[in-house]
Ligand binder design. Structure first.
Ligand code: DLZ
Length: 283
């Protein structure tokens, strides 16, 4: 029955409230439902995990509002840049805590103090499982996109680019390769994967059953080829080749009623790239 936890914190001024909102959005908080009335306003920021800690005895010397993060040093750099823009706020150094974590504090003008922290234990707060992060920063990705049914595949491509850029991938780190049709995707994907330059390959195409002679044969070969390239090169390949009965169905999956499968494929590639990194023990 429990659904979530909400901590309500007071920010001293409208200005500081707006500035902090800017920082939280830049750090990746998801926006929740805010409110506003004649006495004040609230902005909600959602995090994937929350917990309430009850303490008896001596309170640990930490701010009451703690934000658990990954990549604490990167977060510290981002907050430092924000503080240079809004110098009325005060940023502390990253320090080691006695509870096997690292933490820094951010004192907001007017009294609110936030603590940002990262456990030294990467599995802290998570069920025991290896999971990929959704950060594409510093990684190169390749997108192989078929020109056949370009009215759809262009939308899938936009969806993939949106996911990559929003996950921190630099524009120069994305290679886009256009091939004639879905049939040609595996060959290009394989060459890109064998170059070992890319953390992941995103394959995008559309096969329309009604309009494709030998539909089954093409589909089987495309999916087999992409899968084989992934297995034999060890480079994650996301499968964004739509197989639809009609153009309308394909449009729905390319940004209309059923999301954008190009976006979803890119997110899968980002996650798998991170998992591969973790499985290889490089993180
Ligand atoms: C030939 C063909 C047909 C009939 N249908 C499609 C399709 O629905 N989607 C697609 O991506 N490509 C199609 N193609 C083209 C083939 O994939 C391939 O590009 C050509 O047969 C040239 O090898």
């Amino acid at each position: 029955m429990i659904k979530g936890l909400t901590t309500v914190a007071r920010v001293a001024s409208d200005e500081a409230w707006g500035q902090l909102g800017e920082l939280f959005s830049a750090l990746g908080f998801e926006n929740g439902k805010g409110w506003s009335d004649d006495k004040g306003k609230g902005a909600a920021y959602l995090a994937p995990l929350g917990n309430l800690e009850l303490v008896t005895g001596q309170m640990p010397s930490v701010p009451e509002l703690l934000v658990e993060v990954t990549q604490l040093d990167t977060v510290h750099d981002a907050v430092a840049a924000w503080v240079r823009k809004y110098p009325a706020n005060n940023l502390g150094d990253v320090v080691a805590t006695h509870w096997n974590s690292r933490l820094f504090t951010l004192s907001i003008e007017g009294g609110l103090v936030l603590g940002f922290w990262e456990s030294e234990n990467p599995l802290h707060g998570k069920p025991v499982a290896i999971e990929g992060d959704l950060s594409a920063k510093g990684k190169k990705f390749a997108i192989v996109v078929a020109r056949w049914n370009a009215v759809i595949t262009d939308r899938l491509l936009q969806g993939s680019l949106d996911a990559l850029y929003r996950s921190g991938c630099a524009k120069d780190d994305v290679a886009i390769v256009r091939v004639p049709g879905a049939w040609e995707i595996p060959s290009a994907a394989r060459t890109l994967a064998e170059s070992k330059k890319y953390a992941g390959i995103i394959t995008l195409g559309v096969l329309l059953r009604g309009e494709t002679a030998h539909y089954e044969a093409i589909y089987n070969e495309v999916s087999r080829g992409i899968g084989q390239s992934q297995q034999e090169t060890g480079v994650p390949h996301a499968f964004g080749v739509l197989t639809c009965e009609t153009l309308e169905q394909a449009l729905d999956r390319a940004g209309l009623k059923a999301g954008n499968k190009g976006f979803e494929a890119a997110i899968a590639a980002i996650e798998m790239a991170s998992i591969q990194e973790k499985l290889a023990g490089t993180e």
